[in-house]
Design a protein around this ligand. Structure first.
Ligand code: THU
Length: 164
């Protein structure tokens, strides 16, 4: 039998948005506003993301779909790439996400998809300090991880390319 390695990740659960700090409540409100601007006529699944930078700027995004389905982009990466393009030297402190079918209540927190986790991993690895991620449905519980690595342990990053 091989040697076993165990990976433990930690998720903090808040009963509702009002259990979060004032700055995260504000961030999540921005994500909710961004969600209303989603362009998702094919899935009808509306996602909003808000990113808090170290200088206090908040960058938002929503999912943008396309008739050629794979050409669309998730809310997280829409916001993340804009933040990277406009504020290349600003570290990301937190990301807030809210998601659910348009016009319906969704009590189940929606975590970022695998591709978005990989995209967030790139920025976390680049900046060093971890990025906290808060995610919820449209109401109810908010889940939080202190680092992307809690959602994507053993993340692939540039160190593997360099062999460092
Ligand atoms: N979506 C996001 O915006 N973020 C995620 O993390 C999960 C999925 C979007 C993509 C697509 O427009 C719709 O939700 C349904 O998958």
């Amino acid at each position: 039998m091989g040697r076993k390695e165990k990976i433990v990740t930690e998720i903090e659960v808040f009963e509702s948005i009002s259990g979060c700090s004032v700055s995260i409540q504000k961030l999540m409100k921005k994500a909710q506003e961004a969600r209303a601007k989603a362009y998702a006529p094919y899935s009808n699944f509306y996602v909003g993301a808000a990113i808090l930078l170290e200088n206090g700027t908040i960058v938002t995004g929503s999912n943008q779909e396309n008739a050629s389905y794979p050409a669309g982009l998730c809310a997280e990466r829409t916001a993340l790439f804009y933040a990277g393009a406009k504020y290349p030297n600003q570290k990301i402190k937190s990301i807030a996400l809210t998601a659910g079918p348009k016009g319906e209540e969704n009590l189940k927190p929606v975590p970022p998809c695998g591709s978005c986790r990989q995209a967030i991993a790139e920025y976390e690895q680049k900046q060093k300090p971890p990025i906290s991620i808060y995610f919820m449905g449209t109401s109810g519980e908010v889940k939080m991880v202190k680092s992307l690595l809690d959602l994507l342990p053993l993340a692939f990053n540039k160190d593997f390319l360099d062999g460092t």
